[in-house]
Design a protein around this ligand. Structure first.
Ligand code: G16
Ligand code: MG
Length: 222
């Protein structure tokens, strides 16, 4: 059996993308910049500052902002986001995730979180899922974001588990890339074509079948 499951948060455990979008939209409007849901797609899995850079790149009048000004804007977005996140309850856990976590736990396999979100501990708390997670990687301490494997290897190192004995679960192509680069078994949640690099893909979170995943993991390791 694998020794650890390492999860992404947004798009796997809960859908925070819409809340991030609302918060960025509010900030963008204050700056007179227009963004839509299609644009928001490229902000998934991307860090707060990188997301801000992509938004500011849409308007030539924001090309020479000082670092402190950008910090201020990023903080402002996060204030909007935290406000919206107050509405998050266990009802916002994606379908099948609670049962999947219970099954992993009852099989005595470790669980960790590899999310780019600095708000991840608060979100898990509100979803009432914190107790499942032995470790939550602090993205502020990383040198490189996904697709770099660092966030996944950091979790495995903390748990003292070989990378080859870990299974990573991701909804973003960059996340799957990060898992693969860490030599872990990758499970993609979402579009088969977008996540073609994953060792296994399920359409949505209801497809996360513990036995099927273990079977595919064993086959890949033989
Ligand atoms: C999530 C979201 C991103 C967000 C990032 C940082 O990543 O997908 O859109 O920009 O976290 O969030 P925060 O501003 O809360 O630090 P993941 O890795 O959970 O998919
Ligand atoms: Mg994600």
């Amino acid at each position: 059996n694998p020794k650890a499951f390492i999860f992404d948060l947004d798009g796997v455990i809960t859908d925070t993308a819409e809340f991030h979008y609302q918060a960025w939209k509010q900030l963008a409007e204050e700056l007179g910049i227009h963004i839509d849901r299609e644009f928001n797609e490229q902000l998934k899995g991307i860090s707060r500052m990188d997301s801000l850079d992509r938004i500011l790149a849409l308007d030539s009048s924001y090309q020479s902002l000082a670092a402190e000004e950008k910090e201020g804007l990023a903080t402002k977005k996060n204030e909007h986001y935290k406000q919206l996140m107050q509405a998050i309850t266990p009802e916002h856990i994606l379908p099948g995730i609670k049962d999947f976590l219970d099954t992993i736990k009852s099989n005595k396999i470790e669980i960790a979180l590899a999310s780019a979100s600095k708000n991840a501990p608060m979100i898990l708390e509100q979803l009432q899922l914190s107790d499942y997670f032995r470790y939550i990687v602090d993205p502020a301490k990383l040198s490189n974001g996904k697709p770099d494997p660092e966030i996944f290897t950091t979790a495995a190192d903390f748990l003292s588990v070989d990378y080859s004995e870990c299974i990573g679960v991701e909804d973003a192509a960059s996340g799957v890339q990060a898992i693969n680069a860490a030599s872990m078994f990758s499970v993609g949640v979402g579009d088969k074509e977008v996540l073609a690099a994953a060792d296994m893909v399920v359409e949505d979170t209801t497809g996360l079948d513990f036995n099927k995943i273990i079977e595919a993991f064993r086959q890949a390791r033989n």
